[in-house]
Design a protein around this ligand. Structure first.
Ligand code: BDR
Ligand code: CA
Length: 318
């Protein structure tokens, strides 16, 4: 890979929008995807790892995949998202068998080794469990990581699992709290912006574009499932669905696609009503925190969605 590309590791729970994010990243002229770690989340860890391996294989690229956490830090139980991603995690698309397998090294150890060099950005589009485990193993790691782009949280908008909590934070709030307190430079790409960065019905069905891509059939079926899940009962035409995880990749590639503000962010842990909430202190008179989180507050959605469509073979806007 050319030296001018930004080295990144993706931490995913594939998932329809994670698969889109993987394909978006692997088609990037500016990113060098060095490895991909998997976490439970949209499905169990076996499902998310299988889907990640498959997404990589269908891209025609060779990127090592490392299996990670099967459950959150503080519990053996997991919350999955079959309603949005299907039982197989890819919208019940017909999946070809996976040829390869995950590497032997556990995800947390790989993350520590990959990020320790100080030049690799992590794009985390799942629960933050793997990174929290890596920090627990190697506390000094926090000072080495240049940036983590987190798809997660809801700063000034409702949550998507509870009234206030977003899925990636809700799924392991203890891990998120640990990561947010670690001092690592973090860009929080939350629902405030991902709900503005949407694929629409008009983008679907571009046979000329998508059929050129080996993942075309899986992507077409998964996109339709995802669209239906986000628009229950709606007829095709006016439907939209948020591109959560691809937007996080786009931010790693080009931070200018969003506007951020530096805020203190606390993850609520102990109150059942607010557990998993990202509490953002936007008061003007409080002193700046020592390690603010860069919270995305606006996005150039047309620019991002256009590039997303072009890269994955959807029908781009004229
Ligand atoms: C996030 O939750 C997961 O279901 C999606 O893949 C995305 O990472 C959105 O809240
Ligand atoms: Ca995800």
């Amino acid at each position: 890979m050319s030296e001018s590309r930004l080295p990144v590791v993706l931490d995913v729970d594939t998932g329809i929008d994670d698969a889109m994010a993987i394909w978006y990243a692997l088609a990037s002229p500016r990113l060098d995807v060095q490895g991909i770690t998997t976490c439970f989340g949209n499905g169990g860890i076996e499902v998310t790892t299988r889907n990640t391996l498959l997404a990589v294989e269908l891209s025609g690229r060779h990127v090592p995949v490392y299996q990670g956490a099967a459950h959150p830090l503080a519990s053996a139980a997991i919350d999955t998202a079959e309603a949005f991603h299907g039982q197989n995690g890819l919208g019940e698309a017909q999946l070809p068998p996976v040829q390869g397998r995950a590497e032997r090294q556990p995800a947390a150890e790989y993350l520590a080794a990959a990020l320790e060099g100080g030049s690799t950005t992590l794009v985390a589009t799942a629960r933050l469990t793997n990174l929290a485990l890596a920090l627990a193993l190697y506390p000094a790691l926090a000072r080495r990581i240049p940036r983590v782009v987190v798809m997660g949280g809801a700063a000034f908008c409702p949550g998507n699992v509870t009234p206030v909590a977003e899925a990636n934070i809700w799924g392991d709030p203890e891990a998120a709290a640990l990561v947010f307190q670690s001092g690592i430079p973090i860009t929080m790409v939350g629902l405030d912006v991902t709900h503005q960065a949407c694929l629409a019905d008009r983008h679907l069905g571009s046979p000329a574009g998508q059929s050129a891509r080996p993942y075309a059939e899986v992507l077409a079926a998964a996109s339709e499932f995802y669209m239906r899940a986000y628009n229950p009962g709606a007829a095709p035409g006016d439907r939209t669905c948020p591109l959560h995880d691809p937007l996080a990749v786009a931010v790693a590639e080009d931070p200018s696609v969003i506007t951020t503000r530096p805020y203190a962010v606390t993850v609520s842990l102990h109150d059942p009503a607010t557990r998993g909430m990202t509490v953002v202190d936007a008061r003007s008179r409080v002193p700046a925190p020592p390690h603010p989180i860069d919270v995305a507050v606006a996005v150039d959605a047309p620019r991002f969605v256009q590039e997303f469509c072009r890269r994955l073979g959807y029908r781009a806007d004229p």
